[in-house]
Ligand binder design. Sequence first.
Ligand code: I3P
Length: 128
Amino acid sequence: RHVLSLVIPPELEKAGPLNKTKVAEGGRKLRKNWSSSWVVLVGNSLMFFKDPKAQTPTSWKPGHSKPESSIDLRGAQLHWVNDMSSRKNVFWLRTVTGNEFLLQSDTETVIREWFSTLHGVIERLERE
Ligand code: I3P
């Protein structure tokens, strides 16, 4: 995390580990495949990196690594869900392009902070 703060410009809003699965692409339902991800929120973009815990020390170079995927939060929708997973602490996120994700943490405070931060960003983008 301290390394990220050196290489990501000041508009970094939040970064940390979350569990993630994509559940639809372009509106078409996908089979779930949960994985741990290092999630970085900068400006309008939510970026997913390979979880640094799953990396060897030398393979994790945030300054050089590209996100595995990145989503534009403009026009995105966000909801808490209880019926889309057997996991607890899950929210659903859909982009304007119809890509849908579930994000989850075993730690309730962690997932609540992410929900609140993303909700704030999405609302701010609606007002722009
Ligand atoms: C899925 C896998 C997922 C599970 C999903 C299963 O099976 O166990 O972890 O989602 O449940 O279908 P498979 O590995 O065979 O694809 P959760 O962990 O979020 O419950 P679902 O079908 O109820 O979505």
